[in-house]
Design a protein around this ligand. Structure first.
Ligand code: 26Q
Length: 813
């Protein structure tokens, strides 16, 4: 049906009539979207069931990727692409008078994540299915995803992201698969048949109901499952005796507290006090997910010692670490296994990825909170800790210092990273530099104890969404040049290297870039009424707003450029358009004032007739996956400018590279590996190295005020933050920013790296003037980007961590 245009059209029209009672002439774009989604869902239904059946029949080892975040974005276009139906549907719809891109816009983004960590989970699911692995996602179906951002008067305003307002065509509610999750209560200890038994009483019961989303692999592959859990009331009003005083209010209160569990996604509040609700969410995911995993395993009727051979549970950062004590609880309390056997099974089943080097972002929970909310789980955590510390003191009788450094429970806190490392067989970082820094700094005592457990898996991105779907014109030119094999084997993009000086290819690539820039310019005109010059350099920084990512350095540099243009109005310049998009955590005031600053600068620059033909600044509101898909293909320059040693990997860097943007970046995260492949010629590096940064922290020899005093460009822009002038301001609006740099001594070396950053931007201008040279660098970037496809990353996880192979290898030559 979907590979024959006429068949598609008639099936489509029939569905429209039978489901919505409408003819094509009456249908709205929303109707078209809904019918298309329903058709696809039905079309893949058989394959989905078949996939699950074959996994069971073949007793395939299954991977479950547990994550508090899946930043999926839209599914329609990607599902059509992976099913090989994009063309038929696009052309069929065109015949019916509709444009597919317009229909895609009808779909709300599934924004169930904050940023990189959540998007990585989504890219991994795409690769798992496309490569034919039995790998599934396990997450939470948040009623509201990450907040919707509006910019009002230059300030970020947060609105609820009501993404489920209309029905979600991709999900399938599976009420029959619901499981029970228990909170609170007290643990009673009893002896039975010579065995100690632990029984929790007076607990609060909650239903976890799964909503399954099909994960459709590319080409002729299987359909895996993303299982998202929703919390529902487990109280039956009919059996509650509501006539009793106050019980009605208790009922309402209970319902409210249950609903809140899967109500909204927490914004990254690393460094701030967590909330008990977040802990509830984490346990809810772990307990529900594990019960469902074990129910599937139980069908195999194998002993639990076989669990590690049939199941791999991967935890995305420490957020789902409670799977470790929860699995112990189930094996020991419910299944009757001995502690040691249960511990062997658990530690051979769970693996863990770390995504941060910032020590303030390592999760810690107050003991009281864990003990009250999860009394039996807390006992198990204590027991794990006791045994771990005991083992250390056996090995190192004078090891008190070591014990206090690595203990899981310490100073009235539960340290989730410690629990995750001790309770899993693999700990990986997400870029070479990150893993090295974990081993030598942040997690050194653990690395010394368990050197074999640590390994690196550099992140990746799915080239299907980020190149084939987001940049179809570029994909076509690549295929015209090297054939289509790269779509299945992204490494083959390397074949483009041969053509890096081919003038026909150079011209085609630059033409496509320009057409993508025109499209973005039109989008910007419609949204903000600002005209941008498609022949200016599109210089883009889009990512979460964080001090360490240094959006501040970028905007200070823009302020300097503005000053320079005003001082020397007749100097010829390469026009630049600086594009920002970023969400700030709602309680992160410094980040929010940086957003305000960017907007103030944008306003000043864009309306100054002396400046605005040479310089423009845009802040695009509500950064999301679908907005990224519009912006990235149009970028000339990619800003990856975090303080060296702070960004675990970055994945935006890879998306830009794959779309032919050139990177201005520090030697941080995966930029280091990009540089190894591209060399100095194809990337613009600047700034301190991570070693230099660490040395400055140690020796305290960096004084931000000295740089401020010595560099007049810097002094001027810093002063402009707090004194009347083009960028300031009421009530010393930017005091917080000013103080973070000059009073708190610029923790992220913004001033220190400024000079090197500004010089590198000058170099970029020069290189851009030489179009053929620029085009060659673009081609080289695309050629090497295949290395960063998440297909490569997932193959490494599969072989080195999970020990799984593709299920139907014959299909994946
Ligand atoms: C923690 C506690 C309470 C509430 C929220 C959180 C929380 C939520 C999200 C803490 C951290 C995050 C997200 C972290 C994240 O996105 N990290 C990024 O992961 C990417 C994928 O590995 C890397 O490329 C980035 O370098 C890293 O910053």
């Amino acid at each position: 049906m979907f590979n024959n245009k006429e068949l598609f059209k008639s099936a489509f029209k029939e569905q429209l009539v039978s489901r919505l009672g409408k003819d094509i002439e009456e249908a709205t774009a929303g109707d078209i979207y809904k019918i298309l989604g329903t058709l696809i869902r039905e079309f893949i239904g058989r394959e989905w069931a078949e996939t699950n059946r074959s996994y069971m029949d073949q007793q395939e080892k299954q991977v479950y990727y547990f994550s508090m975040e899946f930043l999926i974005g839209r599914l329609l276009g990607n599902n059509l692409l992976n099913l090989g139906m994009l063309r038929t549907v696009r052309e069929g719809l065109a015949d019916l008078g509709w444009n597919l891109e317009e229909i895609e816009e009808q779909e709300p983004d599934a924004g169930l994540g904050n940023g990189g960590l959540g998007r990585l989970a989504a890219c991994f699911l795409d690769s798992l299915a496309s490569l034919g692995y039995a790998g599934h996602g396990c997450g939470i179906r948040y009623r509201f995803g990450l907040f919707e951002q509006k910019i009002i008067d230059g300030h970020q305003v947060e609105l609820p992201d009501d993404w489920l307002q209309k029905s979600n065509v991709w999900e399938e509610r599976r009420a029959d698969k619901r499981v029970e999750v228990r909170f609170w209560g007290q643990v009673e200890v009893a002896e039975k048949d010579g065995k100690t038994q632990f029984n929790t009483v007076n607990y609060e019961k909650v239903w976890a109901v799964p909503y399954d989303v099909p994960v459709i692999g590319y080409g002729d592959s299987q359909v895996n499952t993303l299982r998202l859990w929703s919390a529902e009331s487990a109280m039956d009003p009919a059996r509650m005796g509501l006539e009793v005083q106050n019980s009605y209010y208790k009922f309402l209160e209970y319902n409210r507290s249950v609903e809140s569990i899967s109500e909204f996604l927490y914004p990254d509040d690393s460094g701030y006090e967590g909330k008990i609700l977040r802990l509830k969410q984490q346990y809810f995911l772990c307990s529900a997910g594990l019960q469902s995993v074990l129910r599937t395993f139980d069908k195999l009727e194998l002993p639990y010692s076989e669990l590690p051979n049939k199941v791999a549970i991967h935890i995305n950062d420490t957020h789902p670490t409670l799977v470790i004590p929860e699995l112990m609880r189930i094996l020991v309390d419910d299944k009757g296994l001995g502690w040691d056997e249960a511990w062997d099974i658990t530690t051979q089943t769970v693996s863990y990825t770390n995504h941060t080097l910032l020590s303030e972002a390592l999760e810690k929970w107050p003991v009281n909170m864990v003990r009250e909310l999860l009394p039996r789980v807390y006992m198990i955590i204590e027991e794990i800790n006791k045994r771990f510390c005991g083992m250390l003191l056996d090995r190192f009788p004078d090891g008190q210092d070591l014990v206090s450094k690595v203990a899981i429970v310490e100073s009235d806190q539960v340290k989730m990273a410690h629990l995750a490392i001790v309770g899993s067989y693999s700990v990986n970082g997400v870029a070479e530099l990150h893993t090295e820094l974990l081993k030598t700094n942040v997690m050194k005592p653990f690395y010394d104890l368990f050197p074999d457990r640590f390994n690196n898996k550099t992140n990746g991105i799915t080239h299907r969404r980020w190149l084939i779907h987001a940049n179809p014109e570029l994909s076509n030119v690549i295929s015209e040049t090297i054939g289509t094999w790269w779509m299945k084997r992204p490494h083959q993009l390397l074949g483009l290297e041969t053509f890096k000086e081919d003038s026909a290819l150079r011209e085609k690539i630059m033409k496509i870039k320009r057409s993508n820039k025109l499209r973005l310019a039109e989008f910007i005109r419609q949204k903000q009424g600002v005209m941008v010059d498609p022949d200016s350099i599109f210089d883009v920084q889009v990512k979460r707003l964080h001090a360490y990512k240094r959006q501040l350095m970028n905007i200070l540099h823009v302020m300097y450029l503005y000053n320079d243009i005003k001082d020397h109005p007749s100097v010829d310049r390469v026009p630049r358009t600086f594009i920002f998009a970023a969400k700030a955590a709602p309680g992160y005031y410094l980040a929010k004032s940086i957003i305000k600053l960017i907007n103030v600068v944008a306003n000043t620059v864009n309306k100054d007739p002396q400046v605005n033909s040479k310089l423009k600044v845009l802040f695009l509101e509500n950064y999301s996956v679908s907005l990224a898909e519009k912006i990235i293909p149009a970028a000339d320059v990619s800003e990856q400018i975090s303080t060296a040693g702070k960004e675990a990997s970055g994945t935006g860097n890879m998306k830009f590279m794959m779309n032919g943007a050139l990177t201005i970046g520090t030697l941080d995260g995966a930029n280091v590996e990009m540089h190894q492949m591209l060399g100095d010629d194809n990337m613009f590096l600047f700034g301190l190295t991570s070693e230099e940064v660490l040395n400055y922290y140690k020796n305290g020899e960096y004084i931000a005020k000295d740089v401020y005093q010595k560099d007049p460009r810097i002094k001027r822009v810093m002063d402009q933050l707090v004194s009347p002038g083009p960028f300031c301001c009421h009530e010393r609006e930017f005091n917080l920013i000013y103080q973070s740099i000059l009073e708190h001594n610029d923790e992220f070396f913004v001033l220190k790296d400024f000079d090197s950053y500004a010089n590198t931007h000058d170099t970029i201008d020069q290189v851009y003037l030489n179009t053929p040279e620029w085009a060659t660098k673009t081609i080289v970037n695309i050629a090497h980007a295949g290395h960063f496809s998440s297909d490569c990353t997932i193959n490494r996880y599969a072989a080195n961590i999970w020990d799984i192979r593709p299920v139907r290898p014959s299909l994946h030559v």
